[in-house]
Design a protein around this ligand. Structure first.
Ligand code: NAD
Ligand code: DAU
Length: 371
């Protein structure tokens, strides 16, 4: 099994030969990383369907496409809101994809607490619309194209709720979402699974832990802390800072997603976690100490840490048991956590203009209501 990982890293051209891959949410953080990998390492045709919300970014992909005719010919972008089922069906039937990877979603917990409306529209109705369109498209397929078709739904560990000091989530864990965001992701998982059982749509679901890496919109903990530290602003820590997340470097996640679409079987679910459990305060201190070494400020960045009101319904701990994807598909998270974190911090230091432009263009209010 272990050889699978090397195969998807080194032989993606053969493994995805003649494939058309439709990706929703490809202008987002994980979708963009996935598309860049596919453009660099495969010869598959890539179709990116995205609404382009406040956090989207096409620069990372466009930068790669510049000066590469070969990659340009293999990539198409469609600006579309999944709320629009009719347009969705037309696009899918025109493209005739072999694989669909569904990443589009509203993804930030704090925003779902402020206003859940868009989360219901994009994550629940959007997924429903996509499933309906894909069901119609799938029923038109024949022979090998039909037998090999796969719909991969990318979801989160938050659907399982929260853990105490021990235990881990796995594929058998009951759903128990506790934020508007995770409730909408749980709903989308249920919809996807029911389209498999009721309509025989060949689906696979993955539930992963907190991703980090370059090009992530600076509202999530790691990029937010790096940015606020560099700007000499207060670094907000919710509650006592002892909540725990299981961190996953985004490139390791992409390995898992590729293993799933190439070696996974319809009806399966895989949990994917980095196995790097850290308290929030530990992460924040690690970032500050690295920045101290790197930028040598007059006062340590640690002095900017500010404990603020807790997030309502704040899940205490996430931890993933990734045994199944390791055993069945040969996945392992290959990157060392500290090295990947420091590489990510370096990227944000070198791309401050990108960050500030993203925030300005998005018009997004980054402070949580109540702080
Ligand atoms: P992101 O917020 O960076 O990007 C999401 C993308 O989806 C954006 O480009 C946005 O424009 C698009 N989108 C949103 N609503 C849409 C709609 N109605 N129609 C079309 N496009 C729409 O998210 P991400 O961090 O890249 O996460 C990708 C997926 O992975 C999401 O489904 C998320 O729930 C899941 N996930 C993320 C993490 C994480 O740590 N980032 C962890 C577990 C699961
Ligand atoms: O577990 C996977 C999920 O991880 C994904 O499904 C979500 O899309 C993604 O947003 C993320 O959710 P979290 O709520 O865990 O991530 P966030 O980066 O918002 O917060 C991480 C932890 O840090 C959490 O315990 C809250 C805390 N936090 C966050 C922010 C933004 C702070 O203490 N201060 C902050 O300013």
């Amino acid at each position: 099994m272990k050889k699978n990982l090397k195969l998807i890293q080194n032989n993606l051209v053969e493994l995805l030969e003649n494939k058309k891959i439709l990706i929703t949410g490809g202008a987002g953080f994980i979708g963009g990383t996935l598309i860049r990998r596919l453009l660099k390492k495969s010869e598959a045709k890539i179709y990116n369907l995205d609404k382009l919300t406040y956090c989207s970014d096409l620069q990372s992909i466009n930068q790669l496409l510049k000066n590469s005719k070969n990659k340009n010919n293999r990539y198409s972008f469609y600006k579309i809101d999944l709320f629009n089922q009719k347009e969705l069906l037309e696009i899918i039937c025109n493209i005739k994809p072999d694989i669909i990877m569904h990443l589009a979603a509203e993804s930030h917990v704090d925003r779902s607490i402020d206003n859940a409306d868009l989360f219901l529209k994009s994550n629940v109705i959007g997924t429903y619309n996509l499933l309906e369109a894909v069901k119609k498209y799938y029923s038109s397929l024949k022979n090998e194209k039909k037998n090999k078709f796969i719909f991969h739904h990318i979801s989160t560990d938050e659907v399982f709720g929260t853990l105490g000091d021990s235990g881990k989530f796995n594929e058998e864990t009951n759903y128990n979402p506790r934020s508007p965001y995770s409730a909408t992701k749980a709903s989308s998982d249920h919809l996807v699974r029911s389209w498999y059982h009721t309509f025989n749509l060949p689906i696979i679901i993955t539930n992963c832990s907190n991703n980090f890496g370059p090009w992530q919109f600076p509202e999530k903990l790691i990029p937010l802390v790096i940015r606020k530290a560099i700007l000499k602003e207060k670094i907000p820590i919710y509650g006592d800072g002892l909540n725990i997340r299981d961190w996953l470097f985004v490139e390791d996640h992409i390995d898992a997603l590729l293993l799933v679409i190439i070696f996974g079987n319809a009806g399966e679910t895989y949990c994917v976690g980095g196995g790097e459990e850290k308290t929030n305060i530990d992460i924040v201190k690690k970032i500050c100490k690295y920045l101290d070494l790197k930028l040598n400020p007059t006062n340590s960045y640690l002095t900017q840490i500010d404990y603020v009101a807790d997030r309502p319904g704040h899940d205490y701990r996430y931890s993933i048991d990734s045994s199944l994807i390791k055993k069945n598909l040969g996945w392992i998270p290959e990157h060392n956590f500290d090295t990947a974190l420091f590489k990510t911090i370096d990227w944000y230091i070198n791309n401050q203009n990108w960050c500030e432009k993203k925030i300005k263009d998005s018009g997004y209010q980054l402070e949580r209501i109540g702080n």
